[in-house]
Ligand binder design. Structure first.
Ligand SMILES: Nc1ncnc2c1ncn2[C@@H]1O[C@H](COP(=O)(O)OP(=O)(O)OP(=O)(O)O)[C@@H](O)[C@H]1O
Ligand SMILES: [Mg+2]
Length: 495
């Protein structure tokens, strides 16, 4: 291979209070390669790419690019070099349209005026590449996480990009959208664009990357040719030991019906009827936009129900607000951690114990020891990487924020738990722990509704699966009939 190094990182070090996020990391990137970056939650992946993009300052080291060496990048400098970054957390402006976001900072202007016509036309062309039906005039704040992500990708691709950095781009996407994204990556690669691809989904790394590098606890571990390595080896490089990947077995069969929903209609969903038993994990499958999160929103009282009935433990209940949902023992782990799940400017411990402060209080005074015990228990159990419980959630890595969302829902001990994409952005090791925890909850008699776009997880964890498509329930699948193709066909309306 006639390898031309386009970006070379030398001894990059970045320290945050209590954390050495990057410790003398050196790494080369070659023209036209797809270079995957792997590592556990908090390993330093996002920090490394922020250093390249000039979004943060580094303590020491050099960035060699375009024949120059820099001790510090700036956003302008990296833009000027053709570096585009799709960040893990969205960076779009919610009050502007999709088209305006894509062309923000560009000169699609006709003399003094912004040429909205051209902007919309170009936006439409990019969306056509994705075969998605998003209105260029739609306000970004009103788009779903998947649509937002497509706007992010479109924004980066619309520029003259030489180095495209993608930090977990597939997390909010469903299978078919991921395929289209891969097509676009291939086209860019053929044009000689270098791509740095961060993902916790190893299947993706094997499908599209040429080389893969691993970080662990802020240190560089190794780089492999993707063709010369395997899943097991990469996992052990990431976690520093062997790790068995399994779906835990369950001790108890499902019991009596915990929740029954009859003809539930509202929030874009129509006539949805199903039930879930105590001790059962019911998988909820469907393409992005099928109405799964919308269903969850009605069940937790966050969206109005037009008609239909909800029965809990054989009693009909009314759920008109999140408070009423909690009173009826329904808890939600949200998919959109940045918007609904967390108080980012407050501490880790506070976020976990907030929903249960009442339970932890005696005559209005919080029992600090039990609070500490509970929060510590979950920190250890799912390995939340934080220097202490006072650390602000905003300073945690993406995956560790998701772990806080999870700990918070688990600590609340609701009898009926709705998990919306529980392991999105979570590393392989913690995923195993989460599966174990979910099984323990089921074995203790909790009913679990699991919305997931991860097909392996859906098939591996569910006792039964229901499939939604365009706001309707299109199928119920028993364990004996579980297969990826069957479920995908149902989801896309083939059966
Ligand atoms: N602004 C900050 N203040 C304090 N600590 C920070 C800050 N940003 C990152 N860190 C810490 O630096 C470490 C590396 O974080 P980073 O976001 O790079 O991880 P990551 O590999 O991207 O993980 P993930 O897979 O969860 O996204 C973590 O321990 C994180 O808590
Ligand atoms: Mg990250």
């Amino acid at each position: 291979m006639n390898a031309k190094v386009v970006l070379s990182l030398e001894n990059i070090t970045k320290r945050y209070p209590g954390v050495l996020a990057l410790n003398k990391v050196s790494l080369d990137f070659i023209e036209g390669e797809v270079h995957a970056l792997l590592g556990e939650n908090g390993a330093g992946k996002s920090t490394l790419i922020k250093a390249v993009a000039g979004a943060i300052s580094i303590d020491s080291g050099f960035i060699h690019i375009g024949g120059q060496s820099y001790q510090q990048m700036t956003p302008q400098l990296s833009r000027g070099m053709g570096i585009e970054v799709i960040y893990q957390e969205f960076n779009l402006i919610p009050t502007m349209s999709a088209a305006e976001n894509i062309f923000l900072g560009d000169k699609v202007s006709n003399k003094r005026f912004v040429d909205y016509g051209t902007m919309r036309k170009k936006t439409r062309e990019i969306f056509e590449l994705f075969k998605v039906d998003i209105n260029p005039n739609a306000l970004v704040g009103e788009l779903s996480p998947a649509q937002k992500q497509i706007v992010e990708i479109a924004k980066a691709v619309s520029k003259k990009v030489k180095l495209l950095i993608m930090d977990e781009p597939s997390a909010p996407l469903s299978i078919s959208e991921v395929e289209r994204m891969f097509e676009i990556i291939k086209q860019l690669k053929e044009k000689g664009v270098t791509i740095i691809y961060i993902s916790h989904r190893l299947e993706e790394v094997f499908r599209i990357s040429d080389r893969v590098s691993v970080l662990r606890d802020g240190e560089y571990v190794d780089t492999k040719l993707t063709a010369n390595t395997n899943r097991k080896e990469l996992i052990s490089l990431m976690v520093g030991r062997e790790l068995k990947e399994t779906y835990p077995s369950r001790l108890n069969p499902p019991g009596s019906i915990a929740l029954e929903v009859k003809n539930l209609t509202g929030n874009g969903d129509r006539d949805i009827s199903f039930s879930v038993c105590k001790g059962e994990i019911l998988g909820i499958s469907g393409l992005v936009g099928a109405g799964r999160t919308e269903l969850a929103m009605m069940l937790i009282g966050a969206a109005p129900i037009e008609r239909g009935e909800i029965w809990i433990g054989g009693r009909q209940v009314k759920i008109r607000s999140p408070k009423e949902a909690i009173q009826n023992g329904i808890g939600l782990l949200t998919e959109d951690r940045k918007n609904k799940g967390l108080f980012l400017e407050l501490g880790v411990g506070w976020n976990i114990s907030f929903p249960i402060v009442r339970k932890l209080s005696n005559y209005g005074i919080v029992d600090q020891k039990s609070e500490k015990d509970i929060t510590e228990h979950y920190r250890e159990r799912i390995n939340i990487k934080t220097p202490n419980m006072e650390q602000l959630v905003i300073n945690l890595s993406g995956g560790n924020q998701q772990k806080v969302v999870l700990a918070k829902s688990l600590a609340a001990e609701s009898e009926i738990l709705i998990f919306d994409e529980p392991t999105r952005g979570i590393d392989v090791g913690a995923k195993q722990e989460i599966y174990q925890l979910m099984c323990e909850l089921a074995d203790n008699g909790n009913a679990i509704l699991m919305i997931t776009s991860d097909m392996e997880e859906l098939l591996g964890m569910s006792d039964r699966i229901i499939v939604l498509s365009e706001g309707k329930l299109v199928g119920e699948v028993q364990k004996e009939q579980f297969s990826q193709n069957y479920i995908l066909d149902l989801a896309s309306g083939i059966h």
